[in-house]
Design a protein around this ligand. Sequence first.
Ligand code: DX5
Ligand code: ZN
Length: 212
Amino acid sequence: MSNIIISPSILSSDFANLEKELKKLEQNGADWVHIDVMDGHFVPNLTIGAPVVKALKRVTKLPLDVHLMIDNPQKYIKDFALAGADYITFHYEAAKDNTDEVIELIKSYNIKAGISIKPKTSVKEIADLIKKVDMVLVMTVEPGFGGQKFMPDCADKINEIKQYSQSVLVEVDGGINEETAKYCKNLGADVLVAGYYIYSKADMKEAIASLR
Ligand code: DX5
Ligand code: ZN
């Protein structure tokens, strides 16, 4: 057992029964709930927006870990903040020259700020930003879809990020299962996102526990 935070991604859950799905996560030991927001532009898929996040907030006490895979994140921070997000993570590649503005905007709502990098983006590119955020989300698949294969080379960024800051949380997202979770924990990961793995197992409690 470790102090790892498990943040199941509802992307693989039953969207017709989200209230029940959140209760199930609470009962089965999830620490946070990971919400994947996609705009069909930054990534080739569309999912959910701030109104759904607001509805989810009403039916769960789990911290909402919102992962924005959208262009122009600065335009939408307010909506997600008011919807009740506890963590808002945006993509470095999507924010372009506005990264400082986006981080400050998130923090102005007293929400934890996260920055995410896609597999091809190096840690060096965000070196100056690591100390300004609460969390760095390392993508270990190309963002857009659940159920893809874990890319071990991307996970090696965990170490590198920790060299810039000991206090920043490092979250890993994409292809997490019992085996890849171990790999990431050994490299120093603090938060693990898992979608397909958790929802494909018959016993969710066991699945979540197996990632710790
Ligand atoms: C992918 C999303 C992930 C995804 C992870 O773009 O950011 O959060 O749901 O899913 P699995 O665990 O299925 O790889
Ligand atoms: Zn995600």
